[in-house]
Design a protein around this ligand. Sequence first.
Ligand code: ADP
Ligand code: MG
Length: 273
Amino acid sequence: MNDPVSAEQRSATVYVRLRNVTKLYRSRRESVAAVSNVNLDIATGEFVSIIGPRGCGKSTLMSIVAGLIPVSSGSVSIAGRTVKKAQTEIGTVFPDPILLDSRSVLENVLLQAEIRDLDEQEYVPRAERLIELAGLKAVRDTQLFGLSPAHRQRVTVCRAFVHDPPLLLLDEPFAGLDAAHRQQAVLDLQKVWMFSPKTVLYIASSVAEAVLLSDRVIVMTPAPGTVEADVAIEVPRPRLLDAATLAELKPYAEQIRRIFEGHGIQPEDQPAA
Ligand code: ADP
Ligand code: MG
């Protein structure tokens, strides 16, 4: 553990680093502390979830990492470079994605290549593979108009992966789905990620989805959010919803739920895991 060589190797693989990140939203009348002194290292290829009570600053952290809003103090770096402006080498999924109803599923996935001015044709095979993994093969050429919210949300996940970005920022991508669709979408995301294991920062809407998907779950305190716990989920993938896997995940989920309950907060959750 204290071997200096392994510590060095570990730090060499850090892809995203947050140091003492504090954000105050200031208006003329008041100043709201959204996050306070957040420290977090995410290794290359790691899937890290953040979970915390509503309003604890999760989306704020995401926007800071994406370079969309500045920190009030502290620093963020990606691949050793300080984040100072909007990052282009990332894929994002936010809760209300922009999709083009008149275009097909495949065309919406390829939109990513189009807006980045990449050669779309080159990305067709990868887009098709992602569409298949996400369970969208049957609707590949169907116009988005009329497709269910579950389908639409999966289109956005494929789109975030299609240009092969080294970092994905996913902010409660399935929050709008009902429990059954959300569970399937989470399993499909796991499949897509195993096919293309990127560094992921995922804001989870439930404890169950956080432990199912993640290498580590970061639990934040109520606002202004800071890191309260960093829980490594040591369960091999793929993690499916069979009894044996659910039993392995359960102690992690209980540990996280106890932290919420310690603050008098009921974790929003689905019963499955
Ligand atoms: P979460 O995603 O965890 O629900 P947010 O990051 O959206 O939390 O918000 C954290 C806090 O910052 C909340 O109190 C919210 O009202 C406030 N906040 C978020 N965005 C802004 C903004 N643009 N201006 C002022 N306050 C904001
Ligand atoms: Mg949010």
